[in-house]
Design a protein around this ligand. Structure first.
Ligand code: FAD
Length: 369
């Protein structure tokens, strides 16, 4: 009989892993504590950026691995999830130059523009110094992606259960036993734990070598404008005339143009966080919008909150200890890679070794950022 795998967490990473494992013939059970499409974790809402532009070829390769899987998911589920609007990187010429080099080295199309040329194409966006456009970037619909992944997994036989909170996971002689709050224990040959912001409370008793994980509440704003869906995805990299350390990202969505600072929010406990938007943080972002995004200056901003779970090196944790595979620390940039992470997780469950980059117990920089 095919091995059984219980997946704890039905956010994008658990859902993608369920899809990939179910396709490989495993008997999959997904246990998610909240309802479908809930907004308590990291994977909700109408938009996430998909882009290939990373200076590091490892991540370019991972995004290229994810791209055809997103398209396959659309075919299998019959739901559109990815719209390639093009994506723009601008700001520090050094940073943007490295992104252009990495794109070129991967043989993918990209176009370098001047700020004036960019302004002609996107009058709502004031670009800084050097501008790189790559057509294979765009928008993932976050809620639709998670729903499509879970429905594709269910279509392949996965048992997807919402409203089931896992209280404890124990390794047993031949696999794992999962205790839930809502019913009897679930016994399986292997487990995949993908609990997002709950990782710091859930994982330390289960695996060694976990890096420090910093859970923060981030607060982007949506600006409702008529042309929102025509906007490209964009990232403004600090270093030229702009010094916000983590930069600014944005993209069009059904809810308007979303704009956010990267990884600036306060540290929170996901079970006891005040999801009331912080007016000072909103005002700081609005100041940025007034200076750099003239196309949004008149629109009313609506805040949303969401969790980042960041590692010190911003690389993910995708590794296994015995029957337990851990997916954690997606550091505010994991969504685009989800089906590729699902493949890596399925490889681990089947006994293959982890990608060096993502292992537990790797050497880390001193400061948690
Ligand atoms: C504001 C914001 C913007 C972002 N923008 C981008 C972007 O543009 N591009 C990009 O690539 N990435 C982006 N990201 C990052 C990306 O969204 C995350 O990396 C990704 O969603 C993480 O998914 P996850 O499955 O690890 O976590 P989650 O989605 O939080 O899933 C974990 C799940 O585990 C469940 N769970 C927890 N404990 C238990 C338990 N005991 N029992 C059962 N279930 C449990 C939770 O309810 C939750 O549903 C962004 C993130 C945020 C917050």
């Amino acid at each position: 009989m095919a091995p059984s795998v219980v997946i704890v967490g039905g956010g994008v990473m658990g859902a993608a892993t369920a899809w990939r494992l179910a396709e490989r013939g495993h008997r999959v059970t997904v246990l998610e504590r909240f309802g479908p499409g809930h907004d308590r974790g990291s994977s909700h809402g109408s938009s996430r950026i998909f882009r290939l532009t990373y200076a590091d070829p490892w991540y370019v390769g991972l995004a290229l691995r994810a791209l055809p899987l997103w398209r396959r998911l659309e075919e299998e589920s019959g739901r559109p999830v990815l719209t390639l609007t093009g994506a723009v990187d601008h700001g520090s010429p050094r940073t943007v130059g490295k992104l252009a080099d990495a794109l070129r080295a991967a043989g993918r199309p990209g176009l370098v523009l001047s700020p004036a040329e960019a302004a002609e194409r996107w009058p709502g966006l004031r670009a800084d110094s050097t501008v790189l456009l790559h057509p294979e970037g765009g928008r993932l619909h976050a809620d639709a992606s998670v729903a499509a992944l879970l429905s594709a997994a269910a279509g392949l036989g996965a048992d997807v259960r919402h409203g089931v909170r896992v209280r404890a996971l124990r390794r047993t002689g031949r696999g794992v036993t999962v205790e839930t709050e809502e019913g009897g224990p679930v016994v399986a040959d292997a487990a995949v734990v993908a609990v997002g912001g709950w990782s710091p409370s859930f994982l330390p008793d289960l695996v060694d070598g976990l890096p420090p994980l910093r859970v923060t509440q981030e607060q982007p704003l949506h600006f409702a404008v008529d042309d929102a869906l025509e906007w490209p995805a964009f990232v403004h990299h600090p270093g030229a005339g702009f010094d916000e350390p983590g930069g600014v990202y944005g993209l069009g969505s059904e809810d308007g143009v979303k704009v956010g600072f990267h990884a600036v929010g306060p540290v929170v406990d996901p079970d006891h966080r005040d999801r009331t938007p912080d007016p000072a943080a909103a005002e700081r972002l609005e100041r940025y919008v007034r200076a750099w995004l003239p196309g949004l200056a008149r629109a009313h901003p609506e805040p949303v909150t969401c969790l980042y779970t960041s590692t010190p090196d911003h690389d993910f944790v995708v590794d296994r200890r015995g029957p337990v595979t851990v997916l954690a620390g997606f550091s505010g940039h994991g969504f685009k890679f989800a089906p590729a992470i699902g493949e890596l997780a399925a490889d681990l469950v089947e006994g293959r070794s982890a990608a060096e980059r993502f292992v537990l117990g790797r050497p880390l920089p001193a400061a948690v950022g």
